[in-house]
Design a protein around this ligand. Structure first.
Ligand code: NAP
Ligand code: MG
Length: 496
């Protein structure tokens, strides 16, 4: 019997108002039903927003350090259930168990970091221009936060948003990705047990086209935080922007790793294998472009092809497996269609480029690690986000051309350079157009207490993670206290 999950609204676990539900299957083995979930619609979303609005009025009055204790408790429960949650997450979206443990760990780290923020949430005090007068500014909650999340980090991304939103005093309605609602339902169970009051946190499972759209339009939602594709992000910005909601967007990437001739090549090889094929290439920060200085190009490519060909594919619950399936049949078709495009564009397919259907893997959506050589910056495989295990390799003359090729992208999330030359490394840090740059590390591996996000089409200027996330989930209130006992006029009564 598959496990039946419900929505979490006003502190109760309830089915969709329509009574309809959908089944989710394991992408590594489609015989395995992970769960049955409510197929919710606008009606369910409206209920959740009403619950959140009512709960917000009480929650915002709870002192921030007390709100933060609930988040700390949630972190402790996540730690206790880490293994069970991670195993379910691997069944839900396919990535290998070591990575789903990392995904859950990111939630735990965020909980403990944000628990501390409950005693900081710093504002400012500053001298003012008139005597016997005091000036300060502090952060207030925005109200009801509507969160829309993708499937590739089923716990990490929801917790990045939920924990700071709650510590800051907002009530939350989250719509998880259709492929990964189970993990967010687990988070709901944990927040319930941690003592977050009914209505403060709500989960509505269902499609972006109904539940998501209703959230964008709803006048009771004050801020939308979205992580997903640039295409959907642009639409969200238009619809919610028209309603003058605050919108935070974390979108796609086309991240590149540069390897210069003086680099530690073994280290750079390990980096690109992890960056390009970890999570089967389905990370917003995945390395999908590799830029090699010509002097080491042939030598590096040879090692890369040998190592990528040796990666073990299979069910991510097997600890020895290195690459899991793609999340869905559709995602695999998309990846494969890009491989066809690459071939037509004249890139050299040097590895992979086909479904992987050995043994038990034929029951899932596996795709062979794929490498294209001789890629040119104008090709579509060089410009568009593929979101699969496909790496495009470029050959460049020197560091200048490497930086130019890396920057020739409409995206700007993560970037990486391998070199032993400290001068070149710092120049790259200065010149690479990306929200994140790694020196001698792959494009993936963000830590929760530093800002996360990108430039260009990767977002709209917000940074989640760290303390900068509070610029999404709080509003500034400025306060002047005049204790002079008389009317003092700013700009007019100032003595020079
Ligand atoms: P997606 O198709 O954009 O979906 C993301 C979320 O938006 C899902 O919950 C989806 O619901 C929902 N949605 C879809 N259409 C909507 C609409 N019209 N209105 C409101 N919500 C809507 O992205 P994805 O395929 O899940 O994830 C992959 C993408 O996310 C990649 O582009 C990747 O780069 C990006 N990503 C970015 C970051 C980052 O931090 N920059 C991190 C991870 C992933 P359904 O599931 O029901 O479709
Ligand atoms: Mg999608």
């Amino acid at each position: 019997m598959p496990h039946h999950f419900n929505n979490y609204v006003a502190g109760r676990w309830v089915p969709a108002a329509s009574g309809r539900s959908v089944e989710n299957r394991n992408p590594a083995n489609t015989d395995d039903v992970v769960g049955v979930f409510p197929a919710s619609g606008a009606e369910d979303l409206n209920e959740a927003v009403a619950a959140a609005r009512a709960a917000y009025e009480r929650w915002r009055k709870v002192p921030a350090p007390v709100r933060a204790l609930k988040v700390q408790r949630a972190g402790e429960l996540l730690r206790e259930r880490k293994e069970e949650i991670s195993r379910q997450m691997t069944r839900e979206m396919g990535k290998v168990i070591a990575e789903t443990r990392g995904d859950t760990q990111e939630g735990i780290d965020t909980a403990f970091y944000m628990a501390g923020e409950g005693r900081r949430l710093f504002g400012v005090t500053t001298p003012v221009e008139l005597p016997d007068k005091f000036g300060m500014a502090f952060r207030r909650p925005v109200g009801v936060a509507g969160l829309i999340t993708p499937w590739n980090f089923p716990m990490a991304i929801p917790t990045w948003k939920v924990f700071p939103a709650l510590v800051a005093g907002n009530a939350v309605v989250i719509k998880p990705a259709t492929y990964t609602p189970a993990t967010v339902c687990e988070l709901g169970l944990i927040l319930e047990e941690a003592g977050v009051p009914p209505g403060v946190f709500n989960v509505v499972c269902g499609p972006g086209s109904t539940v998501g759209e209703a959230m964008l339009e709803h006048p009771g939602v004050d801020v939308i935080s979205f992580t997903g594709s640039s295409e959907v992000g642009r639409h969200i910005n238009e619809v919610a922007g028209k309603k003058l909601k605050r919108v935070s967007l974390e979108l796609g990437g086309k991240n590149a790793q540069i390897v210069l001739a003086d680099a530690d090549l073994e280290l750079a090889l390990e980096g690109v294998l992890w960056g390009a094929f970890g999570t089967t290439g389905q990370r917003c920060t995945a390395t999908s472009r590799l830029i090699l200085e010509e002097k080491i190009h042939d030598k590096f490519v040879k090692k890369l092809l040998d190592s990528a060909a040796a990666l073990k594919l299979g069910d991510g619950l097997d600890e020895s497996v290195q690459v899991g399936p793609l999340v869905s049949a559709t995602q695999r078709e998309t990846v494969h269609s890009y491989v066809e495009v690459g071939k037509e564009e004249g890139a050299e397919l040097a590895l992979g480029g086909e479904f992987y259907e050995e043994g038990e893997c034929k029951k899932g959506y596996f795709y062979r690690p794929t490498v294209f050589l001789g890629v040119k910056p104008t090709m579509r495989i060089a410009r568009e986000e593929i979101f699969g295990p496909v790496l495009s390799v470029f050959k460049v003359r020197d560091a200048d051309e490497a930086i130019e090729v890396l920057n020739d992208s409409s995206y700007g999330l993560s970037s990486s350079i391998y070199t032993r030359d400290v001068n070149l490394a710092f120049r790259a840090v200065e010149d690479l157009e990306a929200g994140i740059t790694y020196v001698n590390g792959p494009t993936i591996g963000a830590e929760v207490h530093l800002p996360f996000g990108g430039v260009k089409d990767t977002g709209n200027g917000h940074r989640e993670g760290s303390f900068t996330v509070f610029d999404v989930f709080t509003e500034w209130k400025t306060v002047y206290v005049d204790y002079s006992g008389k009317l003092q006029r700013a700009q007019l009564d100032v003595e020079e």
